[in-house]
Design a protein around this ligand. Structure first.
Ligand SMILES: O=C(O)CCC(=O)C(=O)O
Length: 265
C-alpha cells in the first residue's frame, strides 16, 4: 500500500481505500445481512454483531479475505487477529444514528492498538447516513462517555457534545466495496437514515496479536487471521467449518471445508 495512505491516516485519523472487494463478494455480504435478519428478528439491523459470529463460516471467510488483511497489515503489521465485527445496517426511512463517540472507550483492549476497517456493503452517502468523522481528533485521549436515551441511537451512548466541533465534520462517502479505515480515538458517528435506500456497512476491528482482549469469558470473535500468535496473550477460536445451519451458503464453501479439514489433519 502506498505510503501516503498510511501518512493520511496518521495525519487525519482516517483514510479511504477504494474498491477493495469485488461486487460478487459484496453481493454475498448483502445476502448475509438478509439471512442474519431472518434468523434474528429480535434484533434491529444495526445490531448484527460478533456474538452471532462464532460458528458463522461466511463471516470468518469475509473478514479473513486477503484483500482486507493486506489493508489491515499496512496499519498493524503482519500478525493479525480479529477483535470484533458488526454489521450496522440502517434500514430505509428509520435507520438509527450513531452518536459522536470514540471507539476505544468501549473496548477491553490492552494496549489500545487496533484498527477499524469499515466495509461498505451499500453505497454510503449523506442521504442514507454515511459515517462522519472529525478529522485529526485521534490525538485526543479517550474521554468518558455517557448513556444517551434522549433519542433512539445505535450505541445508546455518546461522548460529551461539548467536545465535538461539528463544523469540522467530514462525510465519509463510499461506494459498495470501498473501505474506510479509522483510529480508535477519532471522534466519529453518523446521522439517521431517512432515505429510501438501505445503508449497510461491516465494521471489522483488527488487532495485532500483541494486543490482549481483556475478558473473563471466552471472546466470541477472537480469531487468529494471519501470521503468528503471541504465546499467552489471547485464546483463539478454531475457524468454523461451513454448515448450512450456522452460515449462509457462499461461493467456495466446499473448498473452505476441505481446506479446514486438511489444516486440522
Ligand atoms: O456505521 C456507522 O454509522 C458508524 C460506525 C462506527 O461508529 C464505527 O465503525 O466505529
Amino acid at each position: 500500500m502506498a505510503a501516503t495512505v498510511r501518512e493520511t491516516y496518521e495525519r487525519d485519523g482516517y483514510v479511504v481505500a477504494r474498491q477493495v472487494l469485488p461486487a460478487d463478494l459484496i453481493a454475498e455480504a448483502s445476502a448475509h445481512i438478509d439471512w442474519l435478519q431472518k434468523r434474528h428478528p429480535e434484533l434491529r439491523a444495526e445490531q448484527l454483531g460478533h456474538r452471532l459470529m462464532t460458528h458463522d463460516a461466511f463471516w470468518v471467510r469475509l473478514i479473513s479475505d486477503s484483500r482486507l488483511l493486506d489493508v489491515a497489515e499496512a496499519f498493524i503489521g503482519p500478525d493479525i487477529a480479529l477483535f470484533a465485527s458488526h454489521y450496522i445496517s440502517k434500514p430505509p426511512f428509520d435507520g438509527q444514528p450513531v452518536l459522536w463517540h470514540q471507539d476505544g472507550s468501549y473496548w477491553p483492549l490492552k494496549p489500545m492498538q487496533v484498527v477499524t476497517l469499515w466495509l461498505a456493503v451499500d453505497d454510503s452517502t449523506p442521504e442514507n447516513g454515511c459515517m462522519r468523522v472529525i478529522p485529526r481528533t485521534h490525538g485526543l485521549e479517550i474521554k468518558p462517555h455517557q448513556a444517551r436515551q434522549d433519542q433512539p441511537n445505535v450505541l445508546s451512548s455518546s461522548i460529551d457534545d461539548s467536545l465535538v466541533d461539528e463544523s469540522k465534520a467530514v462525510d465519509v462517502i463510499l461506494e459498495a466495496g470501498d473501505v474506510s479505515i479509522h483510529h480508535p480515538n477519532i471522534i466519529h458517528g453518523s446521522k439517521a437514515n431517512r432515505s429510501p435506500k438501505r445503508r449497510a456497512g461491516l465494521t471489522i476491528r483488527y488487532i495485532p496479536t500483541s494486543t490482549r482482549i481483556v475478558t473473563d469469558q471466552p471472546w466470541p470473535s477472537c480469531f487468529l487471521l494471519r501470521g503468528k500468535a503471541v504465546p499467552g496473550v489471547n485464546d483463539y477460536r478454531p475457524w468454523p467449518a461451513f454448515d448450512a445451519a450456522t452460515s449462509v451458503p457462499f461461493t467456495g464453501c466446499d473448498a473452505w471445508n476441505q481446506r479446514l479439514a486438511a489444516a486440522r489433519a
